[in-house]
Design a protein around this ligand. Sequence first.
Ligand code: GLY
Ligand code: MN
Ligand code: MN
Length: 419
Amino acid sequence: MGDAGGGLAVIPTAPERIRNRDSAFPYRADSYFHYLTGFPEPEAVLVLITGAHPQSILFCRDKDIDKEIWDGFRHGPAGACAAFGFDTAHSIKEFDAKLAELLADQPALWFSLGHDNAWDTRIASALNAVRAQTRAGKRAPTVVRDTHATLDEMRLFKDDHEIALMRKAATIAGAAHRRAMRYATPGKFEYEIEAEFLHEFRRQGSQSPAYSPIGAGGANACVLHYVDNNRELINGDLLLIDAGCEFDGYASDITRTFPVNGRFSGPQADIYDLVLDAQTAAIAAIKPGATFLAPHTAAVRVLAQGMIDMKLLEGSVDSVIETETYKRFYMHRTGHWLGLDVHDAGEYRAGEKWRTLVPGMALTVEPGCYIRPGDDVREVFWNIGVRIEDDVLVTAEGCDILTIDTPKKISDIEALMAR
Ligand code: GLY
Ligand code: MN
Ligand code: MN
């Protein structure tokens, strides 16, 4: 907020959302609010004031013994101050009136517009309440700035506390993938394997999956966002599992692909090792000073060469890349920022250029190859879909693979499944 000469920022948490009638979805705080406060209750708003007298002010639910009997503990304003270190806290019921008071004479209002109509209206009302007092000598902010733009940049660089949580989320998800590999056999249903990795997430204290998990057997692996997870696994299928968990707000995001009968066939192994080689090249390209695009470029080169070698494509590597014919079998990008959100906050470009990697950034590395049946495709490759996804932290030396415990060499996967 400093670059605008200070001001007042309003950061609301997420509302509780009704699933049906009087049942709510499991509650999760807004990521920005969680990042700044760690305060877990709904109906809360953080107000930050900069300038000569900086202040953090929380608005939250009052203590209410009757409600606490039904729905559990509430900190209440005084308890929230003591437990979370806010300078002041008030009842959420006082928010609108207090906001109008606090906004008077602030040079700028910081709020991320456009996410929630009710909030946009509420903020506009507070601004108008100050404007209505100009004859009483009050000045309303003349500038509205987007809090998310500033917070996105902060969230891109993980501190030690965040890294520890991300390691934990990665470790739990790794154990869940190993459990799934041990459990999978022909004749089981995709949801039975899903139940295994969800069990491991929860058993180890993860609060939730970080996104809708994918458990895709056989041809389903070629549907990038397959989440039905309801088909029987057939002898000879590969199973692609893309599943990560959330631990204290932070996500992991892992994909592994393995044969349900425990042994890769020749063509499956060919495609698998190609994707693994692409991933190895992509990870080697991650270091400070490289661009965000470098791992993708490295992965695409390896994949393009392999697609030519396996006669999936014709031409030279350069022409396959230039004409983007590789996209028929590899149509997504090789990674994304990772943090509180699975597709985390942060710009990917700095002006015209892809941004440069810096220690503390966390990203995924997830090349794949997805081969749908086609007259011009050798039948041995039909319906093979492979993705291998790890989570990495950029370090001074290069990168640290947070998900290193999750087997991905064919020999390691087959050995684990044989046990
Ligand atoms: N699971 C979402 C992703 O890999 O980006
Ligand atoms: Mn994923
Ligand atoms: Mn991902």
